[in-house]
Ligand binder design. Structure first.
Ligand code: NAD
Length: 448
């Protein structure tokens, strides 16, 4: 994705102005009034599904390109608030693409079956609800919502409008996550008691200091719309192009990154989420005016549940990590542990060890259960790796969504799952900023 972002930024500076007119003239053709529409009937087998992207930036672009790898998918429209992104979309996906800066123009179009929402976090809820109301299926990037208060509203809309809704934490659709789930359920590492995860980075782009295009101005950016659902401010290109650093638009390290680890962990353990959340951290290095920490630690208490015994989770994110970058998710059980990637799982298990207790020793000798004879032991370390040619988690995530749209059935990351992964991440921020523990009811999805 870094590569895409860099090549886009280069182009974007040149492209903007020419597009402003093009976007508006195509947008004016927008047909049919905007109303509550029933989801369309399932497409016939083999029928092409038309998709549109709202927020055609870094991830929106990667999402569309991944969706297009599937058979029978066509992109027909793109919406973005910055001319450079629209121009790039047109260059990338064809001159016939419908372009607009107003996402409602996309929702009015009868030829759009599904939208991909790749905007900053503060727009996820409103666009998702409007899209479902307009009868569109939705792929919404993580985190599903910008604040905990928005979650139930989105879930209720999904229940009311009945379209298919998938959240974009694609890692849980990976073969690695599926294998980890299977191994945990088979008891290979015993009962879970602890899990940990981290994201480590140390680069300007990794720490969200993205380049700002040269032509960034109120002529090329629809700033009024961007801030129309949050604090009113004068145009600030940093707040637009480096939105992750500001709380009105982004959700900090936790909403951006921890949410992936929650999604994978909840998928693997079938957990509904933690009941207690505590965070600490600080702004240690990237003091560029950002409002969020660059080192964040979260601790989470998972209660006993039908799916698993109680366990603790510790997450950390460090943007000043001198060890360079990596990501990691590990689950510890009573018999061993698993390091879980999207493409591999490494299981490590304790070897059977004899006790030094003289009483047990005597007892074993007496019953003949202990001898000096060597044993055949199970492997201490097992590495599972995907086969060559695997198309990856992101491809599979879209496959899951397209199957649900075409054949009916559930997706792996619906809004209820998505909210249960997103809420502890958002509450981790609340704990940090409010300097207190937060209690959460993971079953009823409410702050206690
Ligand atoms: N699943 C993943 O691995 C992954 C990776 C990166 C980002 N993301 C998520 O994707 C989303 C976008 O992140 P990004 O890195 O692509 O950001 P980005 O800044 O590259 O792209 C966001 C785009 O949205 C546009 N935009 C802003 N408000 C809009 C609105 N109201 N209507 C239409 N367009 C609007 C901006 O102009 C910009 O082009 C975020 O929610 C982020 O958390 C997910």
């Amino acid at each position: 994705m870094g590569q895409n972002r860099r090549s886009f930024i280069k182009k974007a500076g040149l492209a903007g102005a020419a597009l402003a007119g093009a976007a508006r003239s195509v947008a004016q053709e927008a047909p049919v009034p905007y109303e509550i529409l029933k989801p369309k009937p399932r497409p016939a087998p083999g029928q092409t599904l038309n998709i549109a992207v709202i927020g055609a930036g870094g991830m929106g672009t990667v999402d569309v390109n991944t969706a297009l790898e599937h058979e029978g998918i066509r992109i027909v429209a793109a919406c973005d608030l910055y001319d450079g992104r629209l121009e790039a979309a047109k260059e990338r996906w064809g001159q016939d693409l419908f372009l607009t800066k107003n996402y409602k123009d996309i929702l009015k179009r009868k030829d759009v079956d599904m939208v991909i929402i790749g905007t900053p976090d503060h727009w996820h809820k409103a666009i998702s609800i409007d899209a479902m109301k307009a009868g569109k299926h939705v792929y919404c990037e993580k985190p599903m919502v910008h604040s905990v208060g928005e979650g139930q509203e989105l879930i209720n809309a999904w229940k009311a409008y009945g379209t298919v809704f998938m959240v974009g934490s694609q890692g849980l659709s990976s073969l690695g996550n599926e294998k980890a789930k299977e191994l945990l359920e088979a008891g290979v590492i015993g009962d879970i008691n602890y899990a940990e995860g981290f994201w480590a980075r140390h680069s300007p782009a990794g720490a969200w200091q993205y380049p700002v295009p040269e032509d960034a101005s109120e002529k090329t950016v629809d700033w009024a719309t961007y801030i129309s659902n949050t604090t009113k401010r004068d145009f600030d290109p940093l707040r637009f192009f480096r939105w992750r650093n500001y709380r009105d638009y982004g959700t900090g390290m936790s909403g951006d990154l921890f949410v992936h680890l929650f999604s994978s962990l909840h998928f693997i353990t079938s957990s509904l989420g933690p009941e207690r959340i505590a965070a600490m951290g600080g702004l240690r290095y990237w003091k560029d005016g950002r409002e969020v920490p660059d080192v964040l630690l979260g601790m989470f208490n998972y209660p006993d549940s039908e799916a698993h015994p109680g366990f603790n989770l510790s997450l950390r994110c460090n943007f000043v990590d001198g060890t360079s970058g990596s990501t990691y998710l590990k689950i510890n059980g009573s018999k061993g542990s698993m390091n879980i990637g999207w493409n591999d799982v490494t299981v490590e298990r304790n070897r059977t060890v004899h006790s030094d207790d003289p009483f047990l020793d005597a007892k074993e000798k007496e019953t003949g259960t202990r001898s000096d004879r060597k044993q055949i032991l199970p492997p201490q370390k097992m590495v599972y790796e995907v086969e060559k040619g695997y198309k990856g988690a992101h491809y599979d995530h879209f496959g899951n969504l397209f199957r649900a749209i075409r054949e009916g059935g559930q997706v792996v990351e619906d809004p209820i799952f998505g909210f249960r992964a997103c809420a502890p991440a958002l509450l981790c921020n609340d704990s940090y900023f409010e300097n207190r523990f937060i209690d959460w009811d993971p079953v009823n999805m409410k702050v206690v």
